[in-house]
Design a protein around this ligand. Structure first.
Ligand code: NAI
Length: 682
């Protein structure tokens, strides 16, 4: 036995306790200890059954991901499960808390799965670039059928005990104390290994639709495709043959580039959560939130806060705007009810916490005000004055500004230490990413409070220093500009968009521009024209498109035309772009998809290096999290900083030199060696 496994006897039952703090991951010591314990139990004729149980909250929260990038030290999990299945006496999994990945596969290897009410089960391997490699793809279909297994495995979703019971993933929820319930159950349990069961072939249209949906949602990535292939094989390939094939594929996938990238993101998120030690940092209690501005962002922010159980007042200038906002909030909730995300009673409880007001008195009891009003400095400053004249001295004021200097907003404040940026992404009730902006005077307590609040909203807070565009919009602006340069040099919008979409983004920059409206950026360019570097290469194509009244989808024309609602290449734009090149005497050249992607990645990495040098963020991992969670960078590529950290540095320098030349004198080169240095210490 190892120190993480305790072997206890309860009458005629062996109780094998997993004790690997803090969260009971399935490390080598757990596997070895379990194998020893199962062998000991098998040989002890005085015992009739065994129960495997977690010591504290979790059964096994998942495998130790650090093991997956290198050779795994035996015994591996399949060996432990094989010993359980081959043991002639029943072994019962008494599961609780997080029972994920290898933890749930271990439970599938047992003869029954009994759960406590707090259990969460799931097989998230696909989201980590792998697949369940210890029998998950073979045993789960034998328990719940092929269709449901595809849904569970390909989504990587986690299921609470009641839902898991309905799906058949667990056999029962314990009445009373789990250990006692399991021991009682074990006394009369029978041997019932899933490997003995057969799976019925499913050729229904419904099954076909499940497969197609899973492939689409999983972007046809190898882990999803392979999972489906293996799950389908349960109907016509022998259990052990298919089990060996599953292991072979798992061993391959876990050392593929995708799995490394996804592990990088997993650890990046785990570390992002620890950036502020909330147990130590003082936090202001927040109960009442006032959202100012009942427009696009205010509505989404209000819904997020309501769902997290806050009392929310939405304040705007007129009753009619508030009425429209309420109807948008109702529609969001209605859609959630229709798709089964929330129950009517929950909606009613949450909506009972909502108030809508056009009276300044709304600020009186606010713990935190989030402003999402027009993107205009003077208007935002006026609002700060107004709030401070009414609210208490402790009230935190958060701005959702995209581009305005937070310190300029805070200049009019009586208490600039209470001013913070909380930059949500659209749609705010769905997007996980929120940048938390540290102004020059923002207090540490206010930052910690904002950080904790965003976590309470179930979102991902990333802290950065006040700077134009913060992390995400700054990198996005550099990337879009680089794409505009390529238009002038020879590419067309659809070629760039297609290359970027093939790489894995949901949409290319020109399609995004059309969707969000080209006039917003146009107005900003006009307003900031005096700040522009006269030396920098200026691309007038976007301005010319706007001058034609083409603002994107809303005017049925932008970079593309949308005459009958469908996006189409527009010869007018092709001509306009050709003419722009001609005017500057640029000889247009062909771009391959690879050239487009390389330039995009290099641009993002270069801008990220500048952000790190300027101290906007100190963490390269945060840059990847921002681009992935806010801008659709494909997860399986790990993010632009990760990409740069994996390149040959000499080649990267060469490419950066070429990028500088082609971009012209406005280009500022960042120190792109930084990523490899930081990756070593991450
Ligand atoms: P919006 O135009 O949809 O809504 C703004 C709302 O603010 C309107 O309902 C307006 O009546 C209200 N308002 C304006 N001045 C006010 C005042 N003094 N007092 C009370 N209410 C006032 O704007 P949107 O798109 O929601 O943007 C709001 C803020 O969020 C801006 O700072 C914007 O830069 C930022 N943002 C916008 C994103 C987007 O995709 N729309 C994404 C992230 C940030």
């Amino acid at each position: 036995m190892t120190e993480t496994i305790h072997y206890e006897i309860d009458g005629s039952i062996a109780v094998i306790v997993i004790d690997n703090p803090p969260v009971n991951t399935g490390s080598w010591s757990v596997r070895k200890g379990l194998l020893d314990a199962v062998e000991k139990f098998t040989q002890d004729d005085t015992l009739i059954a065994a129960v495997i149980i977690g010591k504290d909250k979790n059964f096994i929260s998942g495998s130790d991901l650090k093991e997956f990038g290198k050779p795994i030290t035996p015994p591996e999990l399949p060996q432990v499960i094989e010993a359980i299945e081959k043991c002639p006496k029943p072994v019962i999994a008494a599961i609780s808390g997080a029972t994920l990945g290898g933890g749930y596969e271990l439970a599938l290897g047992c003869d029954a799965r009994l759960a406590s009410e707090n259990t969460i089960v799931g097989l998230p391997e696909v989201t980590l670039g792998m697949l369940p490699g210890a029998g998950g793809t073979q045993r789960l279909p034998r328990l719940i059928g092929m269709g449901k297994s595809i849904q569970v495995i390909c989504s990587g979703k986690r299921y609470k005990s009641q839902e898991a019971l309905k799906l058949g993933m667990i056999d029962a929820i314990a009445e009373g104390e789990l250990r006692q319930f399991a021991v009682e159950f074990a006394k009369t349990a029978q041997k019932n290994p899933l490997s003995n069961k057969t799976v019925e072939k499913d050729e229904s249209a419904e099954f076909d639709a499940i497969v197609k949906k899973a492939l689409r949602a999983g972007k046809h990535r190898p882990p999803v495709q392979e999972s489906i292939r293996l799950i389908k094989a349960t109907a016509d390939v022998g259990f052990y043959e298919s089990l060996a094939e599953e292991r072979r594929v798992f061993q391959q996938l876990r050392i593929d580039e995708e799995a490394f990238a996804r592990r990088h993101l997993f650890f990046a998120e785990t570390n992002a959560k620890k950036v502020i030690n909330l147990k130590e940092a003082p936090i202001k209690p927040v109960k009442n939130i006032v959202v100012v501005g009942a427009g696009t962002m205010g509505t989404g922010i209000a819904v997020s806060a309501l769902k997290a159980g806050f009392h929310v007042t939405v304040y705007d200038q007129s009753k009619s705007i508030l009425v429209q906002c309420k109807s948008r909030i109702d529609s969001i909730y209605e859609a959630d009810i229709t798709s089964g995300l929330i129950k009517t009673e929950q909606r009613d409880v949450q909506l009972a916490q909502l108030e809508l007001s056009d009276y300044k008195s709304a600020f009186e009891n606010a713990d935190l005000v989030i402003e999402a009003i027009y993107e205009n400095l003077a208007v935002k400053q006026d609002l700060i004055r107004k709030i401070e004249s009414i609210a208490s001295a402790n009230t935190i004021i958060a701005s959702n500004t995209s581009y305005i200097d937070l310190d300029e907003i805070a200049e009019v404040s009586l208490r600039p230490e209470n001013i913070v940026g909380i930059h949500f992404f659209n749609p705010a009730h769905i997007m996980r990413l929120v940048e938390v902006i540290h102004g020059n005077n923002t207090s540490q307590k206010v930052i910690a409070t904002a950080f904790a609040l965003i976590q309470k909203l179930g979102k991902l807070p990333i802290i950065c220093k006040n700077s134009f565009g913060f992390i995400g919009n700054r990198i996005y602006a550099a990337y879009r500009y680089q794409c505009e340069l390529m238009l002038e040099e020879g590419a067309l919008p659809h070629q760039i968009d297609e290359a970027i979409e093939r790489y894995g983004f949901n949409m290319g920059p020109f399609a995004v521009g059309d969707l969000s409206g080209l006039d917003i950026a146009w107005n900003m360019r006009k307003a900031n024209a005096h700040k522009r570097n006269p030396e920098a290469r200026y691309i007038s194509i976007p301005d010319q498109i706007c001058e034609l009244g083409r603002f994107g989808v809303k005017t049925q024309a932008g970079y593309y035309s949308y005459a009958d609602g469908k996006k189409q290449i527009d010869p007018v734009i092709t001509k306009l772009i050709m003419y722009a090149s001609e005017q500057k005497k640029i000889v247009r050249k062909e771009f391959s998809s690879e050239q487009i992607i390389e330039r995009v990645l290099l641009t993002m990495a270069n801008e990220a290096a500048l952000l790190l040098a300027e101290g906007v963020t100190a963490r390269m991992n945060d840059i990847d999290l921002v681009m992935i969670n806010g801008f659709g960078f494909p997860k399986w590529e790990g993010g632009p900083a990760y990409w740069a950290s994996r390149q040959n540095l000499d080649e990267l320098y060469e490419k950066q030199k070429a990028l500088a030349e082609v971009s012209g004198s406005g280009f500022i080169a960042g120190d792109i060696s930084i990523f490899q240095k930081l990756a070593k210490t991450a």
